[in-house]
Design a protein around this ligand. Structure first.
Ligand code: ZN
Length: 173
């Protein structure tokens, strides 16, 4: 059969599925939505490389939430409230050129000090903190003086009741 993308039987096609998986983390059980694929012919369940990458990002977000750290979407919201591009945020706060795209996608978890600095910049007079950073480190953002109308960031508390699903027989492809 043409267009088969099943690496096991080489005849079927892979269909994507999502399930909530219970992940153990520091003696807690975290619910994470996990993507996987099922073959239409042989019924084999597998997690393909792209799915592994996306699943890993979701798992890192769950860890961050459990640790009281900003999640990817929260970092993005905070950065936008500070009116900074990813590059400008990395220049001001540090972490390397692609730091913010990695934090926001969940590829990398920010350090605790980075987490605190970001919250500080937003919650305590952003104009003072950002101006201090840009003046002190000689960084031009072209946005000086635009921080006055920033709305305070409040981390949303999501109350979620997830079902625990046994996900043990899914293999990594
Ligand atoms: Zn198959």
């Amino acid at each position: 059969m043409k267009n088969s993308n099943c690496p096991v039987c080489a005849t079927g096609n892979l269909v994507e599925h999502n399930e909530l998986d219970a992940i153990n983390y520091k003696n807690q059980s975290l619910s994470v939505e996990i993507e996987y694929s099922v073959c239409t012919e042989c019924g084999e369940e597998m997690i393909v490389p792209d799915q592994i990458k996306r699943n890993d990002c979701r798992i890192r977000d769950a860890w961050r939430k459990a640790d009281g750290m900003l999640t990817g979407i929260e970092i993005q919201a905070l950065r936008k409230q500070l009116n900074l591009t990813q590059k400008e945020a990395a220049n001001l706060f540090g972490g390397g050129t692609n730091a913010f795209s990695k934090y926001e996608r969940g590829e990398v978890i920010q350090s605790e000090s980075m987490d605190k600095l970001m919250r500080l910049a937003l919650e305590k007079q952003p104009i003072v903190v950002l101006d201090w950073l840009s003046t002190h480190y000689g960084i031009q953002t072209g946005r000086t003086g635009q921080y006055g109308n920033i709305i305070k960031f409040k981390s949303k508390k999501v109350d979620s009741e997830f079902e625990m699903i046994d996900f043990n027989d899914v293999r990594y492809g």
